[in-house]
Design a protein around this ligand. Structure first.
Ligand code: ATP
Length: 318
């Protein structure tokens, strides 16, 4: 399968600053990929190269199999780009603005009205279609900008910090919208906000100081830091009654008692490397008729993973 985005040893220097040092990663069709890194890591630079706005110093990018440097017009037609700071026309009404943009993007006159309606519907801005853009809240303006990105029905969306400056309610709406758009579109989502990645992304590429330091699913990144699975179990009764039967289960490396609250024993069960002990624990509880109140993995937070990766030496080339 041709990757939707293929970045190959991409580098960018600004005078004395190396913004990108040979980064490589791919985004497969249908994926929502988080592009996570602290301020100044090189995210915006990467996105601007992907969209053909600036040229790299070295390396290359293919979008849908097409080289960005050689086929920039065709590439732009496949991409919807939401920059970090969007310039909209405050004196235009939403519908008017989108119709104008649809024209610029080559949507035929006859099809513009329905295309605008479709984009407004998807981005939930239809109710403000006749309002002046200058009077909209930042959340609405952001969604109008996103509707603009969808006008040409791009296969790939590239979003730069789409929730920056929004209030918690607007952030939630935007994240839901991204998840929804991700069902039909490939998305590369740049952010420095971890919950954004947890909430919406299948995979994440972590960038730090112009280098890719990890590319994986959020889940596997957590496992990588933690090494093995740890499961918290709550069972009605005294902890001592459960310790040795749990320890005897296949795949269990260690059982620790965390406490005894409201008549329930709380224990932590650590699996041997590579083992998943949740199902054996569940089966044992059923067999022994134990009242099981909780059976949940204890996970390192993605924040811990991020701090760990960005404060240690690069671990792989992605
Ligand atoms: P932020 O989240 O703060 O936007 P970022 O990850 O998007 O950060 P970039 O904007 O890509 O980071 O910047 C990467 C590095 O390149 C930074 O050190 C920045 O100062 C530098 N840089 C970016 N644009 C230019 C430019 N036009 N001229 C010189 N240096 C630049």
């Amino acid at each position: 399968m041709t990757p939707a985005i293929a970045i190959d040893r991409l580098s960018k220097r600004y005078d004395t600053v190396t913004a990108l040092a040979e980064i490589s990663f791919e985004v497969q069709p249908g994926e929502i990929m988080g592009f996570l890194g602290p301020n100044g890591a090189g995210k915006t630079t990467t996105l601007r190269i992907l969209t053909g706005l600036i040229a790299p110093t070295g390396g290359r990018v293919r979008i849908d199999g097409l080289d960005v440097a050689e086929r920039s017009l065709e590439v732009r037609r496949r991409i919807g780009y939401l920059p970090e700071h969007v310039a909209l026309y405050p004196e235009l009404r939403v519908q008017e603005y989108l119709a104008y943009r649809a024209g610029l993007k080559g949507v035929e006159r006859g099809g513009r009205r329905s295309r605008v309606a479709e984009a407004m519907e998807r981005c939930r801005v239809a109710e403000v279609a006749r309002q002046l853009i200058g009077r909209l809240s930042k959340g609405y303006r952001q969604r109008v900008a996103l509707a603009d990105c969808l006008l040409a029905r791009p296969k790939i969306l590239i979003l730069d910090e789409p929730t920056i400056g929004l209030d918690p309610h607007q952030i939630r709406q935007t994240r839901e919208l991204i998840t929804e758009l991700g069902r039909t579109t490939t998305i590369l989502l740049s952010t420095h906000i971890l919950p954004e990645v947890e909430a919406a992304c299948h995979k994440v590429a972590i960038i730090n100081k112009g280098r890719i330091i990890a590319v994986d699913t959020p889940q596997r990144l957590r496992m990588r830091l933690q090494g093995t699975q740890v499961v918290r179990v709550q069972l009605r009764g005294e902890p001592a009654a459960f310790e040795s039967p749990l320890r005897a289960l296949p795949g269990v490396a260690r059982v620790g008692v965390c406490g005894h609250v409201d008549g329930f024993a709380s224990l932590e069960v650590e699996a041997a490397s590579g083992a998943d002990v949740r199902e054996p624990i569940y089966r044992l509880a059923v067999e022994r008729r134990w009242a099981l109140r909780e059976l949940a993995p204890v996970q390192a937070s993605l924040e811990e993973v991020f701090i760990h990766l960005t404060t240690t030496e690069p671990q792989d080339g992605g």
